[in-house]
Design a protein around this ligand. Structure first.
Ligand SMILES: [Fe+2]
Length: 306
């Protein structure tokens, strides 16, 4: 179905509330779209039509809301098989899901619930990710989630938990920069130090979004506000370290006039260009070696683009 080109630069989520403007837009900075398969799998009519229109104009990448890699039970075949067929038809280069759980005993809670940072939860997530990769026949990327309460006694920190899952599952990562920021404020850690620990070669995609700041200083990942300055700044830091990783603007509710989203996309694009140019420059061999002699090895640092 899809004319699948490279996913690069800035993308936005295809949402019904903005679909008409998105597909009619002439905004070169919008390079690709992210879709939730849950909105389209085994659905025809206007959903199918919308998807076909989107695929004609943009490269598509998929982001799921159902599997939750922390789930105790193996996913139902009745969910996985149609999803696999759908992903193959779309031609998505990878499929992402969250490092969380969303239900148990056949009950779906429709929320991204945090996992306890324990060795047992690592083991479960590694098993679920391996199953997803085998059953969906695609590279899998896990996304770090925001959370507001600890899910039980921890045996490790959040980044240690994430790194352990990434390493043991050998999977890719969808790094949500806003979620890192939200958690860093609510749970009191250094967001940049967290970003520094992420293995650059694992990251295939980035999310940014707006969050709500409450009177009691708790901040909530709503996807319903404009992106805050602190998150733009953390994105800039992240791209200077990781290089050309595609960035998605997540907006899922409280939709503003489309022009406001376009303004955010343009600002993200400007940050992307400047930060990734700086990253590229840092990869080039230095010419400042003593006596003008070229170094034997290129300058390192900053990691590699996926
Ligand atoms: Fe996200």
């Amino acid at each position: 179905m899809a004319k699948q080109d490279t996913i690069e630069g800035i993308g936005i989520g295809l949402r019904y509330a903005m679909a008409r403007q998105t597909l009619a837009s002439e905004v070169p900075e919008i390079r690709w779209l992210e879709i939730h398969p849950e909105n389209y799998v085994q659905r025809g009519g206007r959903f199918r039509h919308l998807l076909e229109q989107a695929a004609e104009r943009f490269p598509l990448v998929t982001h799921g809301l159902t599997l939750g890699f922390g789930a105790v039970e193996r996913a139902e075949e009745s969910y996985v098989r149609p999803l696999r067929d759908f992903l193959a038809a779309i031609g998505t280069p990878w499929h992402s899901e969250h490092l969380c759980f969303s239900g148990t005993d056949g009950v779906m809670l429709h929320d991204l619930l945090p996992l306890p940072f324990t060795r047992e939860a690592v083991k479960t997530a590694v098993a679920r990710i391996g199953e997803a990769r085998d059953r969906l026949e695609l590279p899998i990327a896990l996304e770090n989630v925001s959370y507001y309460a600890d899910a039980g006694p921890a045996e490790m920190s959040e980044p240690e938990f994430l790194l352990e899952v990434l390493e043991r599952s050998s999977c890719k990562m969808l790094l949500d920069v806003n979620n890192v920021f939200v958690n860093s404020v609510n749970h009191g850690f250094d967001a940049r130090a967290y970003i520094d620990r992420i293995p650059a070669e694992a990251v295939v995609q980035i999310h940014v979004a707006g969050h709500l700041v409450r009177d009691d200083d708790l901040i909530i990942d709503t996807h319903g506000e404009a992106i805050r300055e602190e998150v733009y700044s953390l994105l800039d830091y992240t791209l200077r370290r990781l290089g050309k990783v595609p960035v998605l603007l997540e907006r899922d509710q409280n939709f503003p006039p489309f022009e406001e989203l376009v303004a955010e996309v343009r600002r993200l694009d400007a940050i992307y260009r400047e930060a990734t140019a700086a990253w590229e420059q840092a990869q080039e061999p230095t010419t400042q070696a003593a006596g003008g002699v070229q170094p034997l090895h290129p300058a390192s640092g900053g990691g590699g683009a996926p």
